[in-house]
Design a binder for this molecule. Structure first.
Ligand SMILES: NC(=O)c1ccc[n+]([C@@H]2O[C@H](COP(=O)([O-])OP(=O)(O)OC[C@H]3O[C@@H](n4cnc5c(N)ncnc54)[C@H](OP(=O)(O)O)[C@@H]3O)[C@@H](O)[C@H]2O)c1
Length: 263
């Protein structure tokens, strides 16, 4: 189905991004797999077995975008096109506002927001030139409302909505699609790698996370949403209902959110 297409996936060394690598390879696409963890990317490539030659590992740090234009140019020289850009990489937070130093707010924004938009801005001119493409960004249900211990995370994800809705409106005329993925709970390492007030890993799989859907299921939902050209792709189960409660019954949302122990 995607034979001859090139998909570039960030966050490809684990969780949702990893599951998307397998799904795109299964559908015949060439995949450029990125994250900050080369051994992790090589593990994912090896797991593709006979199809591992379709996966190209290109590590880079979303917190350091100084080389991003050069990295994108190199891949364009090799593959001549990028059909799908899936911005999946990101980091979460487990720290109250009063204990989070400003450098940590900035770090979370650098990875979740500036890294994602810098990469997108480096790829966009090539998609405009080829007059096609689909760009996705990964928000969260906490990118639609505030949630305890996630101040910078929630704010960085909310910022992505403004950027990617604008990207869609400006570039529709070039036949470029754009979608924002809104996961609820997916069973990945996101809570384990979430940053605490010292900027260290939280180190725990939170209860809510453990009850989430599997990353493979998330990848299937995302690809279905892409095929249907959805502006927003909701990924999860009952927890997604909170989005509607927040929108239509805000007073009820604040009561519920106060009582939820982990998400
Ligand atoms: N799982 C959920 O329930 C959930 C809910 C809402 C939103 N999300 C969003 O879904 C996306 C994927 O997360 P996940 O659940 O799959 O978690 P995950 O298993 O922890 O994967 C996160 C990915 O992001 C990459 N990443 C983190 N910091 C990076 C950096 N500085 N530079 C480059 N890559 C970096 C990680 O690579 P490294 O190994 O290089 O760190 C990893 O590949 C994230 O944007 C997250 O916010 C997840």
């Amino acid at each position: 189905m995607y034979t001859g297409k090139v998909a570039w996936i960030t966050g490809a060394s684990s969780g949702i991004g990893e599951a998307l690598v397998y799904e795109f390879v299964r559908r015949g696409a060439t995949v450029v797999a990125s994250s900050n963890d080369l051994p992790g990317l090589e593990r994912v490539k090896a797991a593709c077995g006979d199809n591992s030659a379709m996966v190209h590992c290109v590590p880079f740090d979303l917190a350091d975008t100084s080389e991003i234009i050069k990295i994108v140019e190199q891949q364009i020289n090799t593959f001549e096109r990028i059909d799908f850009l899936l911005n999946i990489g990101g980091i979460s937070q487990r720290a109250r506002i009063d204990e989070t130093p400003l450098w940590l707010d900035r770090k979370i924004f650098e990875i979740n927001y500036f890294g994602t938009i810098a990469f997108t801005k480096a790829v966009l001119p090539y998609m405009i030139r080829q007059q096609s493409g689909h760009i996705l960004a990964t928000s969260s249900i906490s990118g639609r409302f505030g949630f305890p211990l996630r101040s910078a995370y929630s704010a960085s994800k909310q910022a992505l909505h403004g950027f990617f809705e604008t990207l869609y409106l400006e570039n529709k005329k070039f036949n470029i699609r754009s979608s924002v993925i809104i996961p609820g709970r997916v069973r990945t390492s996101i809570s384990i790698h979430a940053l605490n007030a010292e900027g260290k890993e939280h180190g725990k799989l939170d209860d809510g996370q453990a009850k989430g859907i599997l990353p493979e299921h998330a990848a299937e939902i995302i690809i279905k949403g892409m095929i249907r050209n959805k502006r927003e792709i909701l990924v999860g189960r009952g927890e997604l209902f909170l989005l509607h409660i927040r929108r239509y019954f805000p007073w009820l949302f604040f009561r519920i959110a106060d009582k939820i122990k982990s998400m």
